[in-house]
Design a protein. Structure first.
Length: 478
């Protein structure tokens, strides 16, 4: 009946005996299932592999290793990478390979690193049954170091599940970062190296949310140097690298993670795609230069994301005024103007008639010089022979004005321009009266007055100048 019904299980046969007609009631079911060739050849499936709970008790006691291949060559013509995973600390290392035969050299260097950097020797080695791990040279190298070799069965990667699972984690991180930044497929090596660097600094549940880096080095890792993979950065160009003194001091490049050795960052320089290492750069983590729809931001500060209330709107004039390079005056908007403008954009309005253009009105210009509104108070000098409220400068100007007036008119200001005629008019003909004496020239009196003015100016010029300087200094101090 088992073969008649298509090789069902024992439980199905018991239920068929109760719910079908014609099933022989005399059939007895054996306690142990006999081997059925048809079931063994046609129904056998791979068994499940439960997760292992066994763990190493110290660093480098057990190392898991695996080789990952890629369909295309990388930037440096790599085709594979080999993974090393410490079972105790969960720390990972990767080495890029051009061919699988280079796995022997990479493993020998890894063992030397564990011995020199951490003072540890690898005791057990777990890997799959790939050709790179089954060569005689690889086995001899491990045996010479006294390492126990543990290999999974052929075509059974589940027995090397920890290395396989870590490969998936690294590739998920690397591909997510590479696709977001629109980087070409040949740059997978940079994405993989940065993904491993991030994994070692990410908390792990099995380690009670500690990081593999802390488990290996005994201290918490610093993530201050991390930036978004593939973002843009303005990298400083040293003076000896620039073409001339007029060249740009920085260039926009693509960030590709931490540089080998841990000092500085690694960038890709356009347009020739040349690697460039520098520790002086300004990062713009919202810009990805390799994406086709990339647009450079305006005045948004680098290394700082825009505030939520500023997303999708133009910066106000006050924000532009805060920029050191902005020389335009700011025109402040009233409070709530941004909200009113946003509401106006969301709600469509009926088109209003456009008024005819008005000629621009020129602002009235005041050509008069601006004068101070401060009340000026003259200096009072009690007992001054020239007047208590008169300065030597005023006296000098008055004397000079009087001298100029006398030169022109020849008399004191306010006097008549001609002398009054004598009351006695001469009578024609002879007369016994004496002839009148001719008038003296009017310039004689004015000349003497001019001499007196010049003498006064000469004697008091030094005093007037010194007093003028002191008055000027006094006014400045006021």
């Amino acid at each position: 009946m088992h073969r008649r019904l298509g090789h069902p299980s024992k439980d199905v046969l018991r239920q068929a005996q109760k719910h079908t007609e014609g099933f022989p009631l005399s059939i007895e079911f054996p306690r142990e299932d006999p081997i059925c060739p048809g079931c063994a050849e046609g129904k056998m499936h791979n068994k499940a592999f439960p997760p292992s709970t066994l763990r190493a008790t110290e660093p480098f006691e057990l190392i898991h290793s695996d080789v990952k291949s890629f369909p295309i060559d990388s930037y440096h013509k790599y085709r594979y990478y080999i993974l090393y995973y410490d079972d105790y600390t969960s720390n990972a290392w990767t080495v890029n390979l051009r061919n699988k035969s280079a796995a022997i050299t990479a493993t020998r260097q890894f063992l030397a690193m564990a011995k020199n950097q951490y003072g540890k020797k690898v005791k057990k080695w777990m890997s799959d049954a790939g050709g790179e791990y089954k060569s005689e040279a690889f086995d001899k190298m491990l045996k010479d170091e006294g390492i126990q070799i543990l290999q999974s069965s052929p075509h059974t990667p589940q027995e090397n599940g920890r290395a396989e699972r870590l490969n998936r984690t690294i590739m998920d991180k690397a591909e997510a970062m590479r696709h977001e930044a629109c980087l070409p497929e040949s740059w997978w090596e940079f994405a993989v190296e940065h993904a491993v660097h991030l994994y070692n600094r990410t908390p792990v549940r099995r380690l009670k949310w500690r990081t593999p880096y802390e488990m290996l080095n005994g201290e918490a890792p610093s993530i201050k140097h991390l930036r978004i993979f593939g973002c843009g950065a303005y990298v400083f160009i040293p003076k000896d690298v620039r073409q001339n003194t007029l060249s740009r001091k920085s260039e926009l490049m693509v960030y590709l993670g931490v540089a080998p050795g841990g000092h500085g960052a690694r960038f890709m320089r356009s347009p020739n795609n040349v690697l460039y290492t520098s520790s002086n750069a300004l990062f713009d983590e919202l810009m990805f230069p390799k994406c086709p729809d990339m647009k450079r931001r305006g005045n948004t500060r680098l290394q700082s994301a825009p505030r939520p209330d500023q997303a999708g709107r133009q910066p106000t004039s006050q924000e532009n005024y805060d920029d050191d390079d902005n020389d335009h005056p700011s025109h402040h908007l009233p409070k709530g103007a941004d909200n009113e403008r946003d509401d106006a954009q969301e709600q469509p309005r009926a088109p209003s008639p456009v008024p005819p253009p008005q000629p621009p009105e020129e602002p009235a210009r005041d050509d008069a010089p601006r004068r101070s509104g401060r009340e000026r108070k003259p200096v009072t000098r009690p007992g001054n022979v020239y007047g208590e409220k008169r300065t030597p400068v005023e006296i000098y100007k008055e004397i000079e004005k009087k001298g100029q007036w006398k030169k022109i008119v020849g008399e004191e200001p306010g006097s008549s321009r001609s002398q009054p005629q004598s009351r006695q008019q001469p009578v024609p003909g002879s007369s016994s009266a004496p002839d009148p004496q001719p008038d003296q020239p009017s310039g004689s009196s004015s000349g003497s007055d001019d001499d007196e003015v010049e003498e006064f100016i000469r004697k008091n010029r030094a005093y007037i100048r010194s007093h003028q300087r002191s008055s000027t200094r006094h006014l400045r101090n006021i």
